[in-house]
Design a protein around this ligand. Structure first.
Ligand code: AMP
Ligand code: MG
Length: 367
């Protein structure tokens, strides 16, 4: 398939290019476009056939519902039952990296919402996205622009690499400002189904009520609740086996200095500066105190790690508070819940994954 590439200015979107992309949407085509969270792969949400193509191109399971993007409150209320109080609050909060799950009005086909009678709706805080939806005049169903299970695209170059030749249109614009997918909030139970940069505290401030955080929110192992089907799948994972280090920061140098195979380390600038070079390659995420930077750089790091040709990668862990909850949710899944806190733990993982000549890895004991 020939993919049309449209480069669109993030601050002053060119009207004629927006019109071309909007026409493609109206004709039932698939369009990759930027949002403030990650790039999305979108189609007319009212067109079941067009949306089926999203599932096909991504290789996404049919029970994993798509988030539907709107450009105004009227469009949102046409597809989801949002009560008066929440309508007022959302009118203030949106556009924002916050998706809400409500009862569907039935206007969006069931196949788009994974067979559920609920629908996830969001108004993205990105001019190109808002103008595209507005001009198309229909809600746009758009999951993250990545083949299923792989890290999401946060830049035009990622989207190109994944989908050139596979979709009708790719819009190239600025890198995503936030870098992690939206927070998903179930407005019926007030549970956070997926954490994002819009934090628990942001939700509680905006809605004036306590939000629920549980194992689903954290992305913990074995969570298969049908309440948010997407949360049960392995996700965000590079091809390189990724292990999360949960031990003391100061002990990591000792643990990794015995490794004889090629590895990569993904972590904060502070952790990277402490580590020996040796067989390792470092990918810096930003300074530890700027969690927004770490969130923004995370998927790019997970995509880059596969170009290093390492046998495995180690990623630093973070606290589950604020944006850290969203970062850890992605990392738990990206690492398939394979974590270690000492040398013995790492050796067990290397053996389990059959990595390198693990007998050669004279990993030092950490005590
Ligand atoms: P993505 O589109 O790739 O950002 O993933 C969408 C996320 O939103 C997945 O985790 C879905 O399970 C979740 N989601 C979408 N629609 C619903 C819904 N109706 N109910 C619960 N979760 C939803
Ligand atoms: Mg996704």
């Amino acid at each position: 398939m020939r993919t049309r590439i449209l480069r669109i200015d993030a601050d002053k979107p060119q009207k004629e290019k927006i019109a071309q992309a909007a026409t493609a949407i109206r004709k039932g085509k698939v369009v990759v476009f930027p949002t403030e969270t990650v790039y999305g792969i979108g189609a007319n949400a009212l067109d079941a056939r067009a949306c089926r193509e999203i599932f096909r191109v991504k290789g996404r399971e049919g029970d994993n519902p798509l988030i539907v993007h709107v450009s105004d409150m009227e469009m949102a209320c046409g597809i989801g039952r949002i009560d008066g109080r929440n309508r007022k609050i959302l009118a203030r909060v949106w556009p924002a990296p916050l998706t809400v799950v409500v009862k569907s009005t039935g206007k969006v086909p069931r196949s788009v919402t994974g067979g559920l009678d609920t629908i996830a709706i969001r108004m993205p805080d990105n001019k190109v996205a808002l103008e595209l939806i507005g001009k198309a005049g229909v809600p746009i169903a758009a999951p993250s622009a990545n083949p299923s299970k792989m890290p999401s695209s946060t830049a035009f170059r990622h989207a190109l690499r994944y989908f050139k030749g596979k979709v009708d249109v790719i819009i190239g614009s600025k890198d995503s400002r936030l870098g992690l997918e939206s927070t998903v909030l179930d407005l019926r139970t007030f549970a956070i189904l997926r954490p994002g940069v819009f934090t628990k505290r942001d939700i509680e401030t905006a809605f004036g009520r306590k939000a629920r955080v549980d194992a689903v929110t954290k992305g913990e192992k074995g969570v298969t609740k049908a309440i948010s089907p997407g949360t049960k799948y392995r996700h965000y994972a590079p091809s390189t086996p990724l292990f999360m280090y949960t031990g003391r920061k100061s002990a990591l140098t000792g643990i990794l200095s015995g490794i004889r195979t090629r590895y990569a380390f993904i972590g904060t600038d502070e952790a990277c500066s402490m580590l020996p070079i040796g067989k390792g390659r470092k990918i810096q995420l930003g300074r530890r105190r700027d969690m927004g930077d770490i969130a923004r750089n995370l998927f790019d790091a997970l995509i880059r790690v596969d170009s290093i040709g390492a046998d495995f990668a180690v990623v630093e862990s973070f606290s589950d508070s604020g944006i850290g909850l969203a970062i850890m949710n992605r990392l738990r899944k990206a690492s398939s819940h394979s974590g270690f806190s000492d040398a013995k733990g790492l050796l067990i993982l290397l053996k389990r994954y059959g990595i390198g000549a693990h007998e050669d890895n004279k990993v030092q004991s950490s005590h």
